[in-house]
Design a binder for this molecule. Sequence first.
Ligand code: ATP
Length: 221
Amino acid sequence: MIRFSGVSKRYATGQDALSRVDFHIDRGEMVFLTGHSGAGKSTLMKLIMLMERPTSGQVVVGGRNTERIRAKQIAHYRRDIGVVFQNHQLLFDRSVFDNIALPLQVAGFQNADIGRRVRAALDKVGLLHKERHNPITLSGGEQQRVGIARAVVNKPALVLADEPTGNLDPELSAEIMNLFRQFNELGMTLVIATHDIDLIERMNRRVLHLEQGRVVSGGGL
Ligand SMILES: Nc1ncnc2c1ncn2[C@@H]1O[C@H](COP(=O)(O)OP(=O)(O)OP(=O)(O)O)[C@@H](O)[C@H]1O
């Protein structure tokens, strides 16, 4: 599903964020990405999302060499990738339903289809009863679940989560991880960046460990 071969990223500032990174993640895997602050986790995610391009090396996602994806094809490419952020980036000027419907509207789905898919996603995260609420009225854990519903509503093959439990207490974090586990059981590939060592240990999955821009373990090659 994802293959990095000799990937380096140096930002315009001269900062080396990744240095000759090699790893492989199979379709259907759920992998944790960990490492100290500044180790390169977000940069690695941005390269998968094509928010950044590598300075050298090759990034292959879903069998596609991302080097060949041109700027105007990026929006289409991203439709198959769901993204979950720590600060969930919900829009507070519209309902929970409308927040989740947004990616489907952008992708040009019919209204009836949008309603069905949004409710299926809300049902999966246990928030069907909150569809008309404004997300600002929800708790942090609920807001994060709305963010997850939005990330998976398009049934992406790949979900990237950057510190998805960063603001949540251990119980809510465990709930979020259970959701991810369920999506993984449905066949989604998940890459979850986190500092939360306890959480990682409990989940018992492969851990890709970065240190100063290098993979020090778990690359799977
Ligand atoms: N846009 C940028 N321009 C210049 N340097 C950057 C940029 N983004 C990240 N960096 C630098 O690249 C290195 C890796 O950053 P990155 O955000 O990938 O790390 P991280 O592991 O995600 O850290 P954190 O856990 O704190 O989010 C850091 O030294 C950072 O300062």
